[in-house]
Design a protein around this ligand. Structure first.
Ligand code: CAA
Length: 257
């Protein structure tokens, strides 16, 4: 598949998608959004891939939705052309998605990061929801996902008063898993993803699904969802192999079955 606005690469069992509109700070236009999700869905279907990394460049992960593309839009166009609904395609990705963020992650760029499963930030990463400065509010999940992740008051400050978070603050408030030096930040994220990709694939898939259930439901329903994912794993060859390997004091040899 040839893309014009994203680059794709595989390293061992990790699929890497790099946002590639550096002239626009990786702002998401319709083409890049479509290609990003197409590339992610292709890696998600590929059984040789166990985890995905999405990244930008050192200066910008992504500076949000393309303002020039949206400037003249009407509400009718925003709805009928599904300009923000399309972002929900990330919710269909079953494998873990790691955002490798350096520089700006603003607006839709920050919202995309919030939709990923884990975040490796370079020391230069900056996260913000500056939509208020252009007369709108976040439309791709920012108000909801930020509030769930970092709490109400700080979310209010970010969304209403354009407060940005440094990489250190993102780590402190739970938005980033790790902060690493700018040099080699992508390699660090890929190494992190490779470890995840080397685990039993169906268990990883069930684990992601179960954790996500925590954000959709009550504790009682969430615990039921966890059980629904836990029991079927005992029908996999990898469960038998994993437990046998533990007993025999050796490394498991996962089959993905
Ligand atoms: N859309 C379109 N173009 C953008 C862009 C965006 N979101 N962000 C940056 N660019 C373009 C600039 O217009 C500029 O292009 P030209 O050279 O043709 O003028 C180029 O990228 C470089 O940008 P700057 O000269 O501004 O670079 P800087 O280093 O001075 O500043 C920045 C970097 C802080 C990221 C700044 O560009 C900026 O504030 N960008 C806009 C951020 C923003 O408001 N994002 C929210 C978008 S709305 C949204 O995302 C809605 C939603 O919820 C889905």
């Amino acid at each position: 598949m040839t893309y014009t606005t994203v680059l794709t690469e595989t390293r061992e069992r990790v699929g890497i998608v790099t946002l590639n509109r550096p002239q626009a700070m990786n702002a998401f236009n319709a083409t890049m959004l479509g290609e990003l999700f197409d590339a992610m869905e292709a890696f998600d279907k590929d059984e040789n891939i166990g985890a995905l990394v999405v990244t930008g460049n050192e200066k910008a992960f992504a500076a949000g939705a393309d303002i020039k593309e949206m400037a003249d839009a009407t509400p009718f166009q925003m709805i009928t052309e599904a300009r923000v609904d399309v972002w929900d395609r990330i919710r269909g990705i079953k494998k873990p998605v790691i955002a490798a963020v350096s520089g700006w992650a603003l607006g839709g760029g920050c919202e995309f990061v919030l939709s990923c499963d884990m975040v490796i930030a370079s020391e230069s990463a900056k996260f913000g929801q500056p939509e208020i400065t252009i007369g709108i509010i976040p439309g791709a999940g920012g108000t909801q996902r930020l509030a769930r992740l970092i709490g109400k008051n700080l979310t209010m400050e970010m969304v209403i008063n354009n407060r940005t978070l440094s990489a250190a603050e993102a780590l402190q408030f739970g938005l980033a898993n790790r902060v690493v030096p700018v040099e080699g930040y992508l390699d660090a994220a890929v190494a992190f993803a490779e470890e995840i990709a080397s685990r039993a694939p169906m268990a990883v898939r069930m684990a992601k699904d179960a954790v996500n259930a925590a954000f959709e439901t009550t504790l009682t329903e969430g615990l039921k969802a966890e059980k629904r994912n836990f029991y079927p794993l005992f029908s996999t060859e990898d469960q038998k192999e994993g437990m046998q390997a533990f007993i025999e004091k050796r490394k498991p040899n996962w089959k993905g079955k």
